[in-house]
Design a protein around this ligand. Sequence first.
Ligand SMILES: N[C@@H](CCC(=O)N[C@@H](CS)C(=O)NCC(=O)O)C(=O)O
Length: 264
Amino acid sequence: MLELYQFELSQYSEKVRLILDYKELEYRKIEVTPGVGQIELLQKSGSKQVPVLKDGSTYIADSTEIAFYLDRKYPERPIIPEDPLAKGQCLLIEEWADESMGLKGRKAFIGALNQNQNFRTSVLPQETPDLVKNLVGAIPGELLDVLGMGVGFGGDAVKDAKKGLKQDLEALSLILQHKPYLVGDTPTLADLAVAGLSILLKFPEGSYLNIPSQLKGKGIPGLADNSDYDVFFNWRDRLYAEYRKATGSTTPSNDAAPTSIEIE
Ligand SMILES: N[C@@H](CCC(=O)N[C@@H](CS)C(=O)NCC(=O)O)C(=O)O
């Protein structure tokens, strides 16, 4: 069976989980322990970043490489169009989603964690005893590692990221207002990348992620709760309802869930 080395909260891992589900491929999730687990992953696969897919004895690192590999090896339900114009648009949107939306989403999410005690507490790893959680009062390095970034995001960087995301969400909402998918009439890698990479902006409502139920449907204030972007998030909900499998339908391994919370 395919194995996905991942972090549950990683948006690039989510992009791959959505692709695997869309293609109706069975897989087993392997939750990587930040730090020590990443060194093991590096030794096995050559990458210390998740996601990494293992197919037989082959390791494939990087969500884009994984997407290309899967479409080549498992051509049923293709995600990369053959038509040259559609293929060009699909690849362009996927690259933009990875390098722009995904990175800004991470920054804005960290900004929300910094500014919001409840939100921060909610995403601490489950093993963290409540007492420690209450005492920590700051984001533990481990969590920052999970999200693939270091400390030291200035307020301006977070503000700029959020401003850029607002433009992105407006653009996506305009495009999707009268279209079922970003390119053509069937889902492509462009849709799966954009939808998967948007989880940190607003966690999906359904039972798709191994996160506390209170977090579902919640996200970055000003984005997740802004009705201007309803078209986009409703579109994503429909895509998830149709193609993303609920948790429990994959074989978990060492799944670490964050603990319970309250966020505004
Ligand atoms: N370009 C990579 C980005 C992967 C990435 O940023 N992964 C993060 C988690 S979302 C990670 O592994 N961070 C830990 C680290 O960089 O040490 C992809 O598309 O897969």
